[in-house]
Ligand binder design. Sequence first.
Ligand code: ADP
Length: 602
Amino acid sequence: MGDKTVTQGKEKPKHFQRLMEYAGSRRALTYASLALSAVSSLIALVSFVCLWIIIDGVIVARGDQGAIEGLTTWAWWALATAAAALLIYTAGLMCSHLSAFRVARSLRSALMRHIATLPLGVIESRGSGSLRKVVDESSAATETYLAHRLPDKAAAVVTPIGLLALMLVFDWRLGLLSLVPVALSFALMMLAMVGPGFKEKMSQYNDALQSMSNEAVEYVRGMPVIKTFGQTVFGFKRFKNAIDHYGAWALAYTKDLRTPMTLYTTIVNGVFACLIAGALWFGQGGTDQVFLTNLIFYVIITPVIAVTMNKVMFASEDGMIVEDALARIDGILDLQPLPQATAGLIPEDSSINLSNVSFRYSAEAPNAVEQVSLHVPATTTMALVGPSGSGKSTIAALVSRMWDVDKGSVEIGGIDIRDIEEDRLMDQVSVVFQDSKLLKASIADNVRLGRPGASDEEVLSALHDARCDDILQKLPQGMHTQVGSKGVYLSGGEQQRLALARAFVKDAPILVLDEATAFADPDNETLMMQALERLSKGRTVLKIAHRLSTVTSADCIAVLQEGRIVQQGTHDQLLQQDDSLYATMWSHYLTSAAWTVSREAM
Ligand code: ADP
């Protein structure tokens, strides 16, 4: 696998031991549940013995009403043992659930704790949706396995042994006869299911399922864009491909299992034919009443074996599901956090310096930035421009240490950022993303994320500096209004300004800014520009400029192409370089600006 943040080659214990590590003090409950489940299935067999006695009694009685009534006690015993078996099984399930809940909870919190230590870049590129899926669904899979499947497996192992003993004790010839088809069909099914290909297939099944649900989410999320551009068929294509892939997989899988499954069902149900043939054969020399009792008994009890065998089969399938879930969980737990700074050095000022920085996202990918050197003196503004995919966001991500560089170094105030403690680095840098996310909390709390100790006055002043007064005025409870509650709608531009308020309240000396690509309305744009201008004052700013109109005032502009810096200087200096990438971009910008103006004039 090409992910460079993954640790390789650690030997993992088997899945049951792994799960038990997470059960902590409730580990004993899992063992208790296995024991109770096994005991319950043995007691359940006692009801069958009572049944045998009743059948025998009825045959012996030959219609004698008194003798038949004498059998009632055995019927009560049968009922009592069945009830006891049920009660013990329920107690076992309670134990298994208590332990399973603990395991799922510990797994979830281990995952969440680990995710919190991961570089932001890893979280961004994995996609929070896919991480959530693993946290939720894979830990839920372990819960089902421990709570239900494992106790069932214990019962499924003990029952056939008990049954075998019973069957052989009553009439070993009939016993063997009824066991042969069951053993045969079971062996057949195990061959089909436990083969090396099957485990791989389970994993493929889960991949196909995951890809289908990812595409479904993407499809729904992209619906507004798809509809706006009238591209329904195109947008549906990837989703449909995922469904088709899943469908094709399921069909191939079903076809693979068709023959063994048909044989299995036929043979298991053919047990009666076997018994009848056996009865005719063994009964040739005349039958006694015990033989008859045994025959009836075997006819009743044999289906129980088939049901038990089914349980064993599905328990092994669940073992594979839980193994796959654990592999997915390990896929996250094996991701390495960024090494913590031990030197704990303190930056001298807010300058940013990149020396010969190269970085790639995975071992197979080409360098996203290559040999980049850049100096941003304290309190100046550097704008990064260049075509999409040229490496602008990557540079911004490296400066805020969302990833560590592969070669070269990133320094803040003369100190390599790998030598600055994480908290101190975060105090130095505010990052404003293009699609800043607001949490479902009050506006004040959202702003306070910038500095948790900020007072109401400080939050209000930050909101004012970020030109958010109009937003507060229109909301019923001002800055205490809950974002995301009914009736509170904030436009993209308004959300951006709230994100700027966050940066104001944080008051970090360095600002890394991914400028918004477009504004729906000019009013918002004007307010945003004013807020940004104010925020940039006295700070070192590294901004990804998507629109050239906003770069002319920057102290320096770095032009990127395919991960390298191809030009660097002020707007005027860059324009003077004829036929350069910047000159071309600028003339395109002027043409599109003129086009916009003339369209507006129309
Ligand atoms: P820009 O911001 O200029 O559009 P980026 O820095 O986003 O460019 O991308 C630079 C290169 O790195 C591109 O080839 C892009 O496909 C790749 N890239 C960006 N982000 C990731 C990621 N999270 N995982 C893998 N590749 C990425």
